[in-house]
Structure formats: structure tokens, C-alpha cells
Write a protein that binds this ligand. Sequence first.
Ligand code: TRP
Length: 335
Amino acid sequence: MENKAIVLSGIRPTGNLHLGNYFGAVKNFVKLQDEFTCYFFIADYHMLTTHPKPENLQGNVRQVIIEYLAAGLDPEKATIYLQSDVPETTELYLFLNMNAYKGELERVTTFKEKARKQPDNINAGLLTYPTLMAADILIHKSHLVPVGKDQEQHLEMTRTFARRFNRMYKVDYFPIPRAFNFDDELVKIPGLDGSGKMGKSEGEGNAIFLGEDPKTIHKKVMRAVTDSGPTEKNQEKSEPIQNLFTLMGVVSDPETVQYFDDQYNNCTIRYGDLKKQLAEDIIKFTEPFRERIKELAADKAYIDKVIEMGAEKARASAVPTVRGVREIIGFRKIY
Ligand code: TRP
């Protein structure tokens, strides 16, 4: 019998995958699916906290699935599903909410931030976002959760809720999940605006998407922020220039990077040439993704099948967990 650790991660369906998402997370998901029993899901219940229109919900979700598949997630290896296809999650969420306290939920940083950003919509779903996330994780009795720094506090709450449940009912039912933190070993992908990391909220032109057309890539890279050029040999690079070199480091040959680095160091570099090469190499790097996204987007039946298969596999794992919880709490067996 297989006894691999269970890895789970949730994906917020907020638009297209960019190089930052790819190198920061997705590339690792692709590796994890070979080693562990993996669950990756689109957190569409969570999206309701911001009250999306029904017509905007499913389109985004499908596009996210398409792009993750194009990036290498394999529905035969990992269970890829929609959170809303596993309604058992909401039952577990209800149970966990009974032992989640207003005080601890109000202290969560992301809640405080959201409450500040949307003061007219501080709904209970927003407050209990961490309990729903705990339900996502515990429903598969997950061991490892790959998360970025911004999600660590949520995961800590999941650990608290799991321990609390185990203690309250004197059981050893839920494994206490751990963060699978690969933040430190990863290259942080900078954006093109000269500072900080790549992100879509940083403004138009900062991020390059996996499915982006070559012309736009070229245009965005040529417009990237630079400086006025080195004036002394072996001068330290300014942030915008270092950023272009970092990007080159992930998409270009080492010799190419060395070539431009030497030119920078002896002050003969022309940023136009550097950018042209970078654009070309990004276009080359993204080509297979671009093509795969197109293919998958045209194959509605296949995407439907992937979603259907994911739902089935995810529920096959979720149902026994909730059945066990119902029994522990003292409810009748209904499924
Ligand atoms: N909160 C996560 C984010 O904003 C998404 C998410 C929902 C998640 N449920 C999860 C991540 C469970 C890991 C595990 O990115």
C-alpha cells in the first residue's frame, strides 16, 4: 500500500499565471506531484467573500485550471479540483467554526487588511476565512501545505483548530499539518517596473504572463525600467538592472547572462541589447506554455473531464473524513 505524505494547496482564482507565480509556486507543485499524494484546488468558495457576479465566477476558474495544466500539473498524478465541487468542506467548516473564536479570528492580519480595504463588506465569511481554509486542509487529513509567507498565519490557525478538535474529543483524528516552505530556496521573480516582485496588482506592464503573446512580451520588456548606465568598472547594479539580470537568470543560457554581465562590468553594456535578448529568451521560454494554453482552451470536453475526475477523487477522500467527524461528534451516519 502506498503511504505517501499528503500535500495540499489552494489556488486563488485571480487572473492569469505570470512568471512570478510559475517560478514562485507552480513549478514546485509540478515537482511535488511526483513525490506525494497531492491535492490542488481552486478556492472558489473563498472568492465569495468579495461577492463576485455569477457570470464572472466560472470563466475565471476554468482559465485558472487551463493555465495550471499548461504549466505542468497532471490530473493523472495529482487531484486537481474545484473547492465548490466538494461540499463536504462546508460541513467540516461548520464544525470547526463552533470552536473558532471571534477574538482569534479578528486578530488575523489578512482579516484586518481586508476589513480596511472593504469596510462596507466585512462579512462573516471574511472573518471565518481561516476556518474555511482549515477545512480545506483537514478534509484530506493533509500533512504538508506549500504556502508563501502571507499564508503562514492561516496555516498556524489550521494547526490550532486541528489540535483543538483532537483535544476536545480526545481523539487523534487530524494530523497537524506543517508548512512546506520553499520561499527561501526560490528565486523571487522581480517585476519590470524597477522594484519589488512581479505581480498583477503592481500595474500594467509589470508582469509577464505564461500565455502572453510575443509582441506584448517584447513591448513590456523594452519598456522595463533601467538606469543611466554604469560609470565605473564592476559597479554594483541598481535594483532595476539587477532585476533584469535576475529574470535573465531564469530564462536565458548562463553564457548569455555572463556575456551581459561582463559588458556591464566593463561599462560597454547597451540596455537596449540586453532587453532585446531578454525579450527573445522570455518568448522562447514561454512558447510551450502559450501553445498548451491555446490547445487546452480549445478542448472544452477535456477540461470538463479533468474537473469531473478531480471532483470525484477529491470527494472520495473528503467523504470518509467528514463521516468520521460526524461519528466523533455524535451525529447519525448519513454517508
Ligand atoms: N488562502 C490561500 C491564498 O490566498 C488560498 C487557499 C485557500 C489555501 N485554502 C487553502 C492555500 C488551503 C493552502 C491551503 O492564497
